[in-house]
Design a protein around this ligand. Structure first.
Ligand SMILES: [Zn+2]
Length: 192
């Protein structure tokens, strides 16, 4: 990426150059990407953009997806059911609302990913999204987070960290935050 690129405009969203660079780096290396930000900050828009850049499919299974839905398996002799992970090859596998996914599915995905990336770059880019807290508004410029200091928030953060522990090489990107220490990475025109 040259220095000239400071941002790109994505529909109604403005993507900061630094963030864009991290996303492109993840795409280039085939490293997972965790996008954290409040509802509406553009996490899914960004995932869609990356799928488009890769020229491949965007698979976004619902968080209720089972292991059978996520992973390819034999249903009868000579008959294979293709799972979301394999359907995402060449493109992006988006786990929107990552902490809501079943633990067994996430653990197995992590295992498959690690085994595969040990040999070569996996043929798909895993992208996970999460809000920074259960209510979604932690760090938001105008909305009030209702979970600060609560056990719900602690458990939520623990779960995100446990899930991300399955993907040790992942990039973590914070979007739409107004906290200067985190930087403002992607913002919508509706933000202050
Ligand atoms: Zn909250």
């Amino acid at each position: 990426m040259g220095d000239a690129v400071t941002h790109i405009n994505l529909n109604a969203y403005k993507v900061d150059g630094e963030i864009l660079e991290t996303c492109l780096q993840a795409m280039h290396d085939g490293r997972p990407l965790l996008l954290v930000g409040p509802p509406g900050c553009g996490k899914v828009v960004l995932a869609r953009m990356l799928a488009k850049l890769r020229g491949g499919p965007l698979r976004a299974p619902h968080y209720t997806v089972s292991q059978h839905g996520m992973f390819s398996h034999t249903i009868a002799p000579g008959k294979e059911s293709v799972g979301e992970m394999d359907l995402a090859r060449g493109g992006v596998l988006l786990l929107d609302d990552f902490p809501q996914f079943r633990r067994g599915v996430v653990e197995r995905l992590g295992e498959e990913y690690r085994v595969e990336s040990f040999k070569e770059a996996p043929g798909y880019l895993p992208i996970f999204t999460a809000t920074s807290c259960p209510c979604g508004w932690l760090g938001h410029h105008s909305r009030t987070c209702m979970c600060r200091g609560s056990d719900t928030l602690k458990n939520y953060t623990k779960r995100v960290n446990e899930y991300m522990g399955q993907f040790p090489t992942a990039f973590r990107v914070v979007l739409g935050s107004m906290d200067p220490s985190e930087g403002r990475i992607l913002s919508s025109p509706f933000a202050a």
